[in-house]
Design a protein around this ligand. Structure first.
Ligand code: MG
Length: 410
């Protein structure tokens, strides 16, 4: 049976989250900046219109930001994450088959719905999300996930819902090949060199030509664009291959003790991220990178095993010292470092013999996670303490996850 997919994509998600509790921002150019405020990671339509580019470094567009009085926000992931899960819960009330593909996008399998209802259904979903959460969405409906992605982009231009079952070729002709889901920057370059500029040009190549140059991934995209679905809506979350906390340093690090502090902090975040997703890891990579501008560029990493599968801060932090002893060279100026957890399993699948002891420790660490999530970072392990980078832009309150930051109405 022919399948039908619906993609629900939150418009300018982070900016829309900021606007939910701050309606004055509506119709005002607004952007959200990355964690360290280095670049723009979300833009309102008004900000797009005045020419601010995605991922543009702040120092490059500072003049435009000032000139147009663009409202700038530091990321507030607690707020975005909470609103995202509210959106997902609403989508789950419409279909049992929902795949939350990213923080602001989800695929729904709507094969069982009657065709005549597609548009109205899409509209009802969008209306309910907006009414209950306050986030505007675009809805694309099509026979494959890749086409549903294209349809949702069309929906942004045409007011909310686009059903792409007929007239597909016209839309493919208007879609630059680089905008197709799954076709990356390098492939786009290669395709353009072969005079393939639009999605329509792409599907008019021979399948063998695609496979030879772009492998199985290319073939999947090809068939999906032709309307033949090769992927399902996947309710189960795929296990991540790795979980990492890495940073570039504005000022190079030269002291081992300073590097240890940073890495302990990264290890602590990786452990918390594993616990948050009920995952365990068995190996940890510690890496250090030097200054690329130096004559001899030092970059090295080491993979260290854990005794058992673990998501405990105490276990992962222990490896920092081992890694540093093997990697750290004095006299080097380090510009980047990180901790990457690999060999990951779900905690459900853990049959460790040492479970009891580990379980007890995990309960303790989870209690700290919970308190920190509820009351902000109130509990900090002594060795985690670090001077926070200076923030220049404001973060909005955590309206939905912290009692002391609730919005007040007078
Ligand atoms: Mg989006």
């Amino acid at each position: 049976m022919k399948k039908v997919f619906m993609l629900v994509d939150c418009n300018n998600f982070f900016v829309s989250c900021e606007r939910v509790f701050n309606p004055k921002l509506r119709s005002v150019p607004t952007v959200v900046l990355s964690n360290n405020e280095a670049c723009v990671i979300a833009r309102s339509n008004e900000a797009k219109d005045i020419g601010i580019k995605m991922a543009e470094p702040v120092f490059k567009c500072r003049d435009i930001l000032n000139f147009f009085d663009v409202k700038c926000f530091s990321t507030n992931f607690a707020l975005y994450g909470d609103l995202s899960s509210r959106v997902m819960r609403i989508l789950e009330s419409f279909s049992p088959k929902v795949e939350s593909y990213s923080v602001d996008e989800a695929f729904l399998d709507i094969t069982d719905l009657e065709e005549a209802n597609y548009f109205d259904f899409g509209k009802a979903v969008g209306d309910r999300v907006y009414k209950y959460v306050g986030i505007p969405v675009s809805v694309g409906i099509a026979p494959t996930k890749t086409l549903a992605k294209i349809a949702s982009k069309q929906a942004k231009r045409s007011g909310g819902v686009c059903v792409l079952l007929e007239g597909v070729n016209t839309v493919l002709k208007a879609t630059p090949v680089g905008e197709v889901w799954g076709i990356g920057w390098a492939s786009t370059k290669k395709l353009r060199q072969n005079s393939v500029h639009t999605a329509y040009d792409f599907v008019n190549q021979k399948p063998s030509w695609i496979v030879n140059r772009f492998g199985v991934g290319g073939a999947r995209t090809y068939w999906e664009l032709k309307g033949k679905s090769v992927s399902e809506v996947n309710n189960a979350k795929a296990l991540p291959k790795s979980m990492a906390h890495t940073r570039s340093f504005k000022n190079p690090i030269t002291e081992k003790s300073e590097m240890r502090k940073r890495l302990v902090n990264f290890a602590s975040s990786v452990a918390a991220a594993l616990r948050a997703d009920n995952l365990l890891c068995h190996e940890v990579i510690v890496f250090l990178k030097g200054d690329k501008n130096r004559d001899v560029y030092y970059s090295n990493g080491v993979t260290l095993p854990l005794e058992n599968y673990s998501n405990l801060r105490t276990d992962i932090v222990k490896l920092v010292g081992k890694g540093l002893d093997r990697l750290f060279k004095s006299g080097e100026r380090y510009k980047r470092a990180g901790i990457v957890a690999i060999n990951i399993i779900s905690s459900k699948d853990n049959n460790s013999l040492f479970e009891n002891n580990t379980k007890r420790k995990e309960v303790a660490e989870r209690a700290v996670d919970l308190l920190n999530a509820k009351w902000g970072r109130t509990i900090t392990v002594a060795s985690d303490m670090l001077v926070k980078p200076e923030k220049t832009f404001s973060r909005s309150p955590e309206f939905t996850t912290k009692w002391q930051e609730l919005a007040l109405v007078f």
